[in-house]
Design a protein around this ligand. Structure first.
Ligand SMILES: [Zn+2]
Length: 106
């Protein structure tokens, strides 16, 4: 999976990286032709192609939500040591909140 080129962000086509004979590698989309940039190595070209702005931002937001929920659930369980069902209901409600928050992310 790590070595696979992502589909073209514009047309969904397959990308291609190949040496151009001048110690650089050309990268472009085989369907729409976007790209054409030269890179110092195939690996650098692949990393540039696969980098999508906003993607990591979204994952960071999900990470914050999940960490918050984990802390909330641990707190719920600690707050109700003698009545575990209350803690479980609180934990379940926090999981539902996390699902809704993740669905709202853009
Ligand atoms: Zn394309």
């Amino acid at each position: 999976m790590k070595d696979v080129l992502k589909p073209c962000p514009f047309c969904g086509g397959k990308a291609n990286i190949e040496p151009n004979g001048r110690n650089t590698y050309l990268l472009d989309c085989l369907s729409c032709g976007i790209g054409g940039d030269a890179f110092t190595s195939g690996q650098v070209a692949k990393e540039a192609w696969n980098r999508r702005e906003g993607e990591n931002l979204l994952l960071d937001k999900v990470d914050v939500i999940l960490r918050t929920v984990k802390d909330d659930i641990l707190n719920e369980i600690e707050r109700h040591p003698l009545n575990p069902n209350v803690g479980k209901r609180g934990a379940l409600s926090r999981v539902c909140w996390a699902i809704l928050e993740i669905k709202r992310l853009k």
